[in-house]
Design a protein around this ligand. Structure first.
Ligand SMILES: C=CC1=C(C)c2cc3[nH]c(cc4nc(cc5[nH]c(cc1n2)c(C)c5CCC(=O)O)C(CCC(=O)O)=C4C)c(C)c3C=C
Ligand SMILES: [Fe+2]
Length: 420
């Protein structure tokens, strides 16, 4: 079995309703989450079926959390939570309950006793809107924000990783506190938006009285890929986005740039990663009135093929000096940033209009890295200073999270290394 494929029969992808009666059969199919990727579900021979169409499940348990190096799904529901309880034991119990629910939902099962058939006098455990839907490659990825480590909260001050920095204010930022920060986060990605929304809704419901959603973001179109063989998606500006990303099967690059190593400090983070989330508003109407030449100069790539300036094909090696000094790709390239690389996993969003007749649209930028101080920060400093794209975008939300390693097995839970 190749790293980018999983040898599973599409026909074995069951509906959620079917799974209700299957108990703990462990239906998560395919490649191990231990750095593996689920790109294509093979029916054998030439009838390979794209994983998205098969509705397959991505394994929840593994050395790394799914939703980072695993193949990017079509839809996102991301939620940042404030922890409202002051009781450490209650928080730990919640994390255990969340983990059990997340593992079940990733397999396409309902939460707890299900959505119906239980006590008529009590609300059902599961809200029910994902009944009959396939697992849809749902991944749930959990992280903790800097505020959880604050003094006089849960006794975690000494466990805050040095890499979990407070992100500085960059020139041009217009950050809304109501769309920034958070004690905890859960990134839900799936090929069916209802499956992703159901997952966040049910976790929030389980957390009632202990956590409250601080902000959340829906994403309708992926703007990056961790599977270079797949077609590169386009962002709201019409450009291919995610061409030169960290490949989810490139274990060397993942170890060097994405996974926290054993010698990086904070033992509980070994095998984890650091996530930066930025809500980036696009001034779409201005962009749409900009000439094609200017648009291509802004990125340093052509709009049709996505090839770097002076090159013919999307995957051709960029020649940075052929680009304008302010071109986005030139400034963001590892050669301009001491070799810095990040794994981008962002989504396009459109949240209606802004009251002035303009679309409230943009990129919900998500990037994973081994150390934010060597990844996002140097790249963003360069971009904030010079990027020609700045005329057309504004960062309006920001958050950082430490994303622990994977949940190993049924006895393990989100945050065990931190609280255990
Ligand atoms: C701090 C990191 C980055 C932010 C913020 C960012 C915002 C942003 N990017 C695009 C569109 C494109 N970005 C592309 C490449 C690219 N961008 C970053 C980093 C950030 N982008 C990196 C590291 C790279 C790869 C550089 C390289 O190695 O060549 C591209 C080109 C295609 C691709 O390789 O993905 C596009 C298009 C938007 C619209 C945006 C904010 C709204
Ligand atoms: Fe970019």
């Amino acid at each position: 079995m190749s790293d980018t494929t999983e040898a599973t029969e599409p026909a074995r992808s069951p509906s959620r309703r079917a799974l209700l009666g299957w108990g703990g059969a462990g239906l998560a199919l395919g490649a191990a989450a231990a750095g593996g990727t689920v790109a294509v579900v093979k029916g054998g021979g030439s009838d390979a079926v794209p994983a998205a169409e098969s509705g397959a499940a991505v394994p929840f348990h593994g050395a790394h959390q799914a939703g980072i190096a695993t193949a990017v799904q079509d839809r996102l529901h991301f939620a940042a939570f404030d922890v409202t309880t002051k009781d450490r034991a209650a928080l730990v119990q919640l994390l255990k309950d969340w983990t059990a629910a997340a593992a079940a939902m990733a397999e396409g099962k309902t939460v707890g006793e299900g959505a119906y058939g239980g006590l008529a006098e009590a609300p059902p455990d599961d809200t029910g809107e994902a009944l009959g839907l396939k697992p849809s490659r749902l991944t749930l990825t959990f992280g903790v924000g800097p505020s959880l480590f604050a003094k006089d909260r849960f006794g975690l001050e000494s466990k805050r990783p040095e890499a979990l920095v407070d992100i500085e204010q960059f020139p041009g930022d217009n950050l809304d506190p109501a769309r920034s920060g958070g004690d905890l986060c859960v990134q839900a990605c799936a090929d069916d938006p209802q499956v992703a929304v159901h997952a966040i809704r049910n976790l929030a419901r389980i957390g009632m009285g202990k956590v409250a959603i601080r902000w959340s973001q829906l994403g309708f179109g992926k703007t990056s890929s961790t599977t270079p063989d797949a077609q590169t998606p386009r962002n709201m500006m019409g450009f291919k986005d995610g061409t030169r990303n960290v490949d989810g099967t490139d274990t060397k690059a993942l170890d060097e740039h994405v996974w926290v190593g054993a010698k990086d400090g904070s033992d509980w983070m070994t095998g984890g990663s650091y996530l930066v989330a930025r809500r980036i508003r696009m001034h779409i109407e201005t962009w749409d009135r900009t000439s094609l030449q200017e648009q291509e100069d802004v990125f340093g790539r052509d709009k049709g093929e996505g090839a770097p300036v002076g090159k013919a094909k999307e995957r051709d090696e960029p020649f940075l000096k052929a680009m304008k000094p302010t071109a986005h790709v030139r400034l963001a390239h590892p050669d301009s940033n001491d070799g810095a690389r990040i794994l981008r996993r962002g989504y396009s969003f459109t949240d209606g209009t802004d009251g002035l007749g303009r679309l409230d649209a943009g990129l919900f930028f998500l990037a994973y890295q081994r150390d934010v101080r060597k990844g996002f920060l140097p790249i963003q400093r360069a971009l904030a200073r010079q990027d020609a794209l700045n005329e057309y975008i504004q960062h309006v939300g920001s958050a950082i999270f430490a994303v622990p390693p994977g949940v190993r097995d049924k006895g393990d839970w989100w945050g065990r290394g931190l609280f255990g």
